[in-house]
Design a binder for this molecule. Structure first.
Ligand SMILES: NC(=O)c1ccc[n+]([C@@H]2O[C@H](COP(=O)([O-])OP(=O)(O)OC[C@H]3O[C@@H](n4cnc5c(N)ncnc54)[C@H](OP(=O)(O)O)[C@@H]3O)[C@@H](O)[C@H]2O)c1
Length: 290
């Protein structure tokens, strides 16, 4: 395993829509490594529970990749689908048994021995923090997971789980973009900064919505104008806006197209000054800040 985690992460949620075979996915991973992206985000449920085996097939096509990448996995959501006939009702499951069985299944599907990071995918109202802590301990002792984190947790939910764990949670993967601002104001990013936990931003382009000028909104007009003035693209500007936050946000990119990924890697070179950052915030909120 390599030692560094890249700031930018490639998410595999949409892998089923990419229309790629294992060799093509392997080539994309390899190209990402060349661009400095070494961390890849999967989850048991992605692509109707097929994402991990699709990504595993890519790693099988180029096994040398396994030692060069970092893998983030997730568990805790149970979907109703023919792929899981036992699920009658969509629910969350953070029981010891489910967490451990889910990780073992993920490792088998991916064809790897260890996840670098395991996230509890969503806060579970039935979460027993002691039980999660025990599951984490067992997975760590068995060498199956290196570190742990959460996703979509509010600060109080993060605090509860952290209070029972033997080691610090390493991330909270949350929805953050110019179209999803809650974490800036609900204490989530403040908590990350206070604890020096690196937040990860899922859907940093709001699932692609920030990339198209579909609606003539204030945000859309401002993004286009500022991007034009800086000589960058709207997508690069949206990523640079996240990178400017002092919590050290790691965007989880969702593109399956290398030219798009390369463009967003270059966004790391954009220096966004404070006033431009606020100009975009104000456009996103839709009214002047107080
Ligand atoms: N923890 C959670 O609850 C959670 C929830 C959702 C997602 N996630 C993670 O976050 C990752 C990213 O989410 P996302 O896919 O919604 O991210 P995103 O980066 O906001 O959106 C990606 C979409 O934007 C499109 N796009 C259009 N123009 C683009 C451009 N110029 N550059 C880049 N993308 C462009 C992409 O299409 P092309 O492929 O054509 O470029 C793709 O369909 C997921 O893969 C998953 O790993 C986590």
């Amino acid at each position: 395993m390599s030692t560094a985690n890249s700031r930018l992460i490639l998410g595999l949620w949409r892998i089923g829509q990419w229309g790629m075979g294992p060799e093509q996915v392997a080539d994309l991973v390899s190209a990402c490594l060349d661009l400095g992206i070494d961390t890849f985000d999967v989850a048991d449920i992605y692509a109707d529970y097929q994402c991990e085996s699709m990504f595993g097939a890519a790693l099988q096509a180029n096994p040398a990749l396994k030692s060069r990448i970092k893998l983030i996995g997730k568990c805790g959501i149970a979907l109703v689908t023919p792929a899981r006939p036992a699920h009658r009702v969509k629910h969350y499951n953070t029981s010891r048994e489910h967490i451990i069985a889910s990780v073992e299944n993920s490792l088998a599907s991916l064809g790897v021995e260890k996840l670098d990071l395991l996230l509890i995918h969503r806060p579970d109202p039935l979460m027993n923090a002691d039980e999660v802590a025990d599951a984490f301990d067992r997975l760590k002792r068995a060498g199956k997971v290196e570190g742990f984190g959460v996703s979509n947790f509010l600060p109080h939910q993060f605090e509860l789980l952290q209070s029972r764990l033997n080691e610090p949670l390493r991330t909270n993967q949350i929805e953050i973009s110019l179209l999803h601002l809650n974490s800036l104001f609900d204490g989530t990013l403040d908590q990350c900064q206070r604890l020096r936990v690196t937040p990860q931003a899922w859907s940093p382009l709001a699932g692609g919505a920030l990339s198209h000028q579909l609606e003539d909104t204030c945000l859309s007009r401002t993004l286009s104008r500022v991007a034009h003035d800086l000589g960058v693209t709207r997508e690069q500007l949206a990523i640079a806006w996240l990178l400017r936050h002092p919590a050290g946000i790691s965007p989880v990119l969702g593109s399956g197209k290398l030219p798009h990924i390369r463009e967003l890697v270059d966004a790391q070179n954009i220096v966004l000054d404070r006033q431009l950052w606020f100009e975009l915030l104000e456009a996103a909120i839709g009214h002047p800040i107080p």
